[in-house]
Write a protein that binds this ligand. Sequence first.
Ligand SMILES: [Zn+2]
Length: 54
Amino acid sequence: MVECTECGATLAMNEDTEVGELITCGDCGADLEVTGMTPPMVQLAPQEEEDWGE
Ligand SMILES: [Zn+2]
């Protein structure tokens, strides 16, 4: 279990979750990158700026 850095909600992490994976907070929808497993830690994933040239 790990806390969302945005809203503080408790997120479940699977046993097979790996560092570098992205998980989405079910409460606020934030994308969080797993930065550690022992202890579990996450940080807000950088928003990808995709320019589709519209
Ligand atoms: Zn959240």
